[in-house]
Design a protein around this ligand. Structure first.
Ligand SMILES: O=P(O)(O)OC[C@H](O)CO
Length: 445
């Protein structure tokens, strides 16, 4: 998504300063760290494993308790409430599009200030990813679960339809044509859909980036604060129209906005193609075991001649600075540092599908052996490395990006239910405008 910042334009960096390394040494007894996150299923299990490994390496010193808070939206909402009530967690996982809000809140301690104080090098973080979460070259939050959107393929469904699973469709028209061949009806009932995807604003953001155009004005909010979203322009309307057609023609079920519901369709083997994050890969492979083969392909372009690229997705870890002792803040830093280490990122990569934020992770034997067995895990890495940095592919910076995403979803949903796509997306874009104006006013003050 969008909330991450590059190092152009923005001045503000986080809020607070890191305590020195001695703070933790001076603490008596075990320092407790609460970690709020939004990972479940295979990914939740991988979080628990990470926390367990950290705690056993820090017995008698630090104890991290991981608390699942629901999805990313739930987690940021609960975090906002905790800020108001003055009982924030020590560390919180916030999705990419919440980054602008987190920076403006001045609630957190930039991880860069710990690294600087310790003379700790952040140099092994993938440059693309570090750049995404940095302003003026300073890292705000620790990248943790970094993703790319992918096209998922049910290999056996392709083979059965006489399609080559290794030559998957690359744009929306090609998906429609393939979906037609892959949709199977029996006695008037659809037993296999050619394609399925949630009505998820992230896909709209990604497709617009793929088209090489920007999601919001002022160069995706990088030249100046963005004042409006562009998803009612040509590309956004084309995407909403495509969703409408896919459902109308019966190639795709309308499972609504919940990604869980769309994921369930693909996991059950009743859809031949599917859009999701690479972060779903491990869960999909486990679910499909013995039933079908999950393949991954690059995320589609809108049109064949598009020259854009996808945006880095996922979430990062923020160290909260308000109402926590110096020892606790140091302990939080120790934890996020651990989470970003090559060993832990290799375990995370293979256990989830998110690609490692630490470039050294890919060289570890455990990671190499896994990827040799499951080459599906390389699609996202290749896609990231192939993406040329640009304003469109860096995503839109907007303080109210979560709300803008919801507005886009409302627009697509209306289109799917029959509203003219242009009308639906224009209404959606108009609906978010007052919130953008309001947010910008508070930031400029
Ligand atoms: O599902 P994830 O973790 O890859 O995240 C997708 C989006 O970037 C969240 O805003």
């Amino acid at each position: 998504g969008c909330g991450g910042s590059d190092n152009s334009g923005d001045k503000a960096t986080g809020g607070q300063d890191a305590p020195g390394a001695d703070a933790l040494d001076k603490a008596s007894g075990v320092t407790k760290v609460t970690f709020w996150h939004g990972m479940k299923g295979a990914n939740g299990a991988a979080v628990d494993k990470l926390v367990k490994a950290f705690n056993s390496a820090n017995t008698g010193k630090i104890e991290v308790t991981a608390v699942y808070q629901g999805d990313y939206d739930d987690t940021i909402t609960k975090y906002k409430t905790s800020v108001q009530q003055g009982n924030t967690p020590s560390v919180v996982q916030i999705y990419d599009i919440g980054s602008r809000f987190m920076i403006d809140s001045k609630q957190t301690v930039p991880v860069q200030s710990f690294a600087d104080k310790d003379g700790y090098s952040l140099g092994s973080i993938e440059p693309n990813i570090a750049n995404y979460y940095s302003i003026d070259g300073k890292l705000n939050s620790m990248p943790f679960n970094t993703s790319m959107p992918l096209l998922y393929i049910n290999k056996e469904a392709f083979v059965k339809a006489g399609l080559d699973p290794l030559k998957p469709p690359t744009n929306l028209d090609e998906i429609m044509a393939a979906a037609k061949k892959l949709t199977i009806k029996q006695g008037g009932k659809t037993v296999q859909y050619g394609f399925n995807a949630a009505i998820y604003g992230w896909f709209m953001e990604q497709l617009i980036a793929q088209s090489g155009t920007t999601y919001c004005d002022n160069e995706n909010g990088r030249k100046d604060l963005a004042t409006k979203v562009n998803f009612a322009d040509e590309q956004g309307v084309k995407i909403a129209d495509w969703y409408q057609q896919m459902v109308k023609l019966g190639y795709m079920p309308n499972t609504g906005k919940k990604t869980d519901d769309a994921q369930a369709v693909f996991k059950s083997g009743t859809s031949a193609m599917h859009l999701e994050s690479t972060g779903s890969l491990r869960g999909y492979i486990d679910a499909a075991k013995g039933k079908f083969t999950v393949l991954t392909a690059p995320f589609p372009k809108v049109g064949a001649s598009d020259t854009g690229g996808p945006i880095i997705g996922g979430a990062s870890l923020w160290v909260d600075g308000q109402g926590h002792s110096d020892a606790e803040k140091r302990a939080s830093w120790e934890f996020v540092k651990f989470a970003s280490s090559p060993e832990q990122q290799a375990a995370w990569h293979t256990g989830t599908g998110y690609f490692p934020i630490n470039s050294k992770a890919l060289d570890l034997p455990a990671d190499k052996a896994w990827v040799a067995q499951y080459p599906q895990f390389t699609t996202a890495i290749t896609q990231l490395h192939n993406t040329k940095p640009s304003n469109p592919s860096s995503g839109c910076i907007l303080g109210v990006m979560p709300q803008a995403r919801k507005a886009a979803e409302d627009g697509i949903e209306k289109a799917v239910l029959g509203t003219d796509p242009q009308k639906a997306m224009t209404a959606a874009a108009d609906s978010i405008k007052p919130q953008i104006d309001q947010y910008n006013k508070t930031v400029k003050k």
